[in-house]
Design a protein around this ligand. Structure first.
Ligand SMILES: *[C@@H]1O[C@H](CO)[C@@H](O)[C@H](O)[C@H]1NC(C)=O
Ligand SMILES: *[C@@H]1O[C@H](CO)[C@@H](O)[C@H](O)[C@H]1NC(C)=O
Ligand SMILES: *[C@@H]1O[C@H](CO)[C@@H](O)[C@H](O)[C@H]1NC(C)=O
Ligand SMILES: *[C@@H]1O[C@H](CO)[C@@H](O)[C@H](O)[C@H]1NC(C)=O
Length: 289
């Protein structure tokens, strides 16, 4: 009896110590990585998928067929519901596998889990410089200024470029370009030198934008796609970055594309941004580095 009780007391003591250590790690992380922020719980950076979902080619859209929904299943007429959907791989918030523009690049199923799960989020917010101007191009100096302000990118990271375009998402002509037609797209993108700067950093495994493409809207040669996928970097497009409390860095991303194997050139993706610590508990071993 006494032995059991002291074992219990010991256990609680050890547990408390562990929790204190974790808590301290969390406080350190909070101080060093996310100085002052409202960002205290996970947020979804993906749009919902429905009939209005943004597609590159408006002729091929999301489709849903209702198979069954009702109290119809014998012998007791129980409830059962099921749909069938179809959609292009590169629809809504989606991932481009390197193979999309690089014949030697990996497909969706080839992307290693540690490039998708608990990678560091880097938020390059140029909204105030874009001012809604679709001709804006993110240049190398914007990225250099970011690293001068917030530090080098030294852990496995995904760069999220925020052009302030996300609020337009459900209005196709505002999002793709006024007077939008198949050959008249108009929205901000990444410059060729900026793409080269990104491709030179081996720690950057993915690049996301809150526009339909990493290339500027009017591009027909898709140079930025070629440079980034040429470096085996995956791309995230139509990312919902109109989240005012996403800090410049010091948060983690979980990037989960559908595992379309073996042919996936891209896939719809769920992207979750999360602080390293929630309620004093560290979420991932990586967060304790
Ligand atoms: C979409 O369909 C229209 C009408 O059939 C056609 O003229 C147009 O070329 C198609 N666009 C693409 C990108 O396939
Ligand atoms: C972000 O933009 C999308 C698309 O316009 C909108 O549905 C959503 O409510 C916006 N979210 C926030 C937090 O403003
Ligand atoms: C969509 O955007 C266009 C172009 O910016 C604008 O003229 C139109 O009023 C918008 N539509 C809605 C429903 O807000
Ligand atoms: C915190 O959130 C509020 C609204 O929810 C916003 O007005 C404020 O700017 C945010 N502060 C920071 C530091 O992001």
């Amino acid at each position: 009896m006494t032995t059991t009780r002291s074992a219990k007391v010991n256990f609680i003591f050890v547990l408390t110590l562990i929790l204190m250590v974790v808590q301290t790690h969390c406080e350190n992380l909070r101080d060093s990585k996310s100085p002052s922020t409202n960002f205290t719980k996970p947020v979804d950076l993906s749009y919902n998928i429905d009939e209005e979902t943004s597609v590159w080619n408006p002729n091929v859209t999301y489709k849903r067929d209702k198979i069954i929904a009702g109290h119809m299943i014998p012998p007791d007429n129980h409830w059962y519901a099921e749909n069938v959907f179809s959609l292009p791989e590169h629809t809504g918030t989606h991932l481009d596998a390197p193979y999309h523009f690089n014949a030697k690049g990996g497909k969706v199923a080839d992307i290693p889990l540690d490039s998708l799960f608990h990678v560091e989020g880097i938020h390059v917010d140029v909204t105030n410089e874009v001012h809604g101007e679709p001709k804006f191009v993110l240049d190398e100096h914007h990225l250099r200024r970011w690293t001068e302000t917030y530090g080098k990118i030294e852990s496995k990271s995904v760069l999220l470029i925020n052009f302030g375009w996300a609020n337009r998402y459900w209005n196709r002509s505002a999002y793709m370009g006024t007077g939008y037609s198949e050959h008249n797209r108009n929205f901000p993108g990444i410059s060729i030198p900026a793409a080269r700067w990104i491709a030179e950093n081996p720690n950057i495994v993915g690049v996301g934008v809150d526009t339909p493409s990493v290339d500027v809207g009017h591009s027909t040669t898709f140079d930025v796609h070629k440079i980034l996928t040429g470096a085996n970097i995956y791309l995230l497009e139509n990312v919902a970055l109109n989240n005012t409390y996403l800090p410049a860095r010091g948060f983690q991303l979980v990037v989960m594309p559908m595992n379309l194997n073996p042919h996936g050139t891209g896939a719809p993706v769920r992207i979750i941004a999360s602080p390293y610590c929630i309620g004093g508990a560290a979420l991932a071993k990586d967060g304790l580095k």
